[in-house]
Write a protein that binds this ligand. Structure first.
Ligand code: NAP
Length: 434
């Protein structure tokens, strides 16, 4: 029997398990280990709560999880409860599918002021991640700056802009819904250091901004290149830029909505200022050099705001004993290979790029790589060895069956119209097992 441990139960983890099933059939046992007692990683705590159709992919992962040769082992932290070396001794292959859950620093003066939050923290807060349940972001000023021109910045801006009624059918957690409902939201500025042609926002997500109940997107026509220039863009990007053009159209100015969502392009953050808390973001106007990089012009201006959310990309959290590439913010690897028997997949391998589905071919590639590296299993203990180690250390591991009980409890305590009300504390998740 071949024994494979996958660390992380998000998309990359489940696609890897599925790929290993296809690659090795009945001759494999896969353990998916997660530090949280609940599975699905980014699907549960990263994907926006109002994007339920994307979250539905977890049903596919459930089918994998319920197969005989795959199991979920939750509430076990690799690198703390069990070391990588111990795991490598027990399994033929260990695959790190831990994603990129940490915020990159902004690197400007004032970034430590209360009110500057990273998008991992803010998204985790409204999505009920136990690490960020107590974030208590300052929403009372009603003015926000969101830094970054990717889909995460878009998610954050949209969540800030929505009315409570627009969260109908979402699984946003109660503490976030209440705090957002009480916020006197007036103005959200989305700050991009480059221009409309360089955005990382996809058309469907950008188009949603045009249909918000109380908020309207605003783009300065002067920031847009001539329309003929769009011809060089790939069709998706052209569509995204088309949305920006519609937000800049004169007809859009007549729309009377109380909240504005302004796109400030060619603006690079240089400082956060305020007396003991965020009061303004200082940005420098930029222009693009020949290689398309943003260079400062020396001209600065202030964006008044009570909270700055930096949605500027994520990094993988290091694990003791695993080589790490500080510059790239992920495990040091060559096509997924870290060292003999140790692999990385998904964002932990390639960095935080692509959609959920991009992780599927990644999972299949790593299964093929394992098969090429180890044509035959190496005779390690696998599951029984892990169970013995967990028992010796008194670690309260959570099974998929336990998760199904927690899942039912979350569904049964949902507010009206919501699919679930998540538990946001590990103790409550464990307690819900009955
Ligand atoms: P992203 O698409 O890489 O966007 C990061 C943004 O931050 C870029 O606009 C980047 O600008 C900017 N940035 C980086 N460092 C900066 C700095 N120091 N100062 C100012 N701006 C800075 O990453 P993301 O938004 O975190 O998304 C991660 C991945 O998840 C993406 O592939 C995204 O499409 C995906 N995602 C998809 C969905 C969806 O499909 N609904 C939702 C969320 C996320 P430059 O371009 O100039 O570097």
């Amino acid at each position: 029997m071949r024994h494979i441990a996958v660390i992380g139960s998000g998309p990359a983890g489940y696609y890897t398990a599925e790929a290993c099933q296809k690659q090795f059939g009945d001759a494999v046992r896969v353990d998916i280990i997660d530090r949280l007692p609940v599975p699905f990683g980014l699907i549960r705590t990263g994907v926006a709560p109002d994007h339920q159709s994307i979250k539905a992919v977890s049903r596919r992962y459930e089918q994998v999880a319920l197969s005989d040769n795959v199991r979920f082992v939750g509430n076990v932290t690799i690198g703390e409860d069990i070391s990588i070396a111990e795991l490598c001794d027990l399994y033929d292959a260990v695959v790190l599918a831990t994603g990129a859950p940490a915020d990159r620093p902004l690197g400007v003066p004032g970034e430590d002021l209360p009110g500057v939050v990273g998008s991992a923290a803010f998204v985790g807060w409204y999505n009920g991640h136990p690490d960020f349940a107590d974030l208590n972001p300052p929403l009372t000023s009603g003015e926000f700056a969101v830094i970054g021109n990717g889909n995460v910045a878009l998610d954050v801006a949209r969540i800030l802009a929505k009315t409570p009624a627009e969260f109908e059918g979402s699984d946003i957690v109660g503490h976030a819904l209440d705090a957002l409902a009480a916020s006197p939201t007036r103005h959200i500025t989305i700050v991009g250091r480059r221009g409309p042609h360089q955005i990382g926002m996809t058309p469907k997500e950008l188009g949603e901004l045009g249909h918000l109940e109380r908020a309207r997107p605003v783009v300065e026509a002067a920031d847009l290149p001539p329309v003929e220039a769009d011809v060089v863009l790939d069709p998706g990007q052209r569509k995204s830029v088309g949305h920006l053009r519609s937000f800049a159209a004169p007809s859009a100015n007549g729309i009377d909505k109380p909240v504005t969502l302004s796109f400030d392009f060619f603006a690079r953050p240089v400082a956060v200022e305020g007396e003991g808390k965020v009061e303004r973001l200082i940005v420098e106007r930029t222009k693009l050099d020949e290689s398309g990089n943003a260079v400062g012009t020396g001209e600065t201006y202030a964006i008044p705001c009570g909270m700055v959310v930096a949605a500027i990309g994520y990094k993988t959290t290091p694990i003791p004993g695993v080589p790490y590439d500080d510059k790239l913010g992920r495990f040091a690897n060559q096509d997924g290979r870290i060292s003999p028997g140790l692999y990385a997949v998904g964002w932990a391998r390639r960095g935080p790029t692509g959609t959920i589905g991009t992780n599927r071919p990644d999972g299949f590639l790593i299964a093929e790589t394992i098969a090429a590296d180890q044509p035959e299993p190496t005779g390690k203990q696998g599951r029984s060895g892990l169970d013995a180690l967990l028992a010796t250390r008194n670690i309260d591991a959570v099974t998929f069956l336990d998760w199904q009980t927690i899942d039912s409890a979350e569904i049964s305590r949902a507010r009206s119209g919501a699919p679930r009300e998540k538990f946001t504390a590990v103790a409550d998740m464990l307690g819900a097992r009955g």
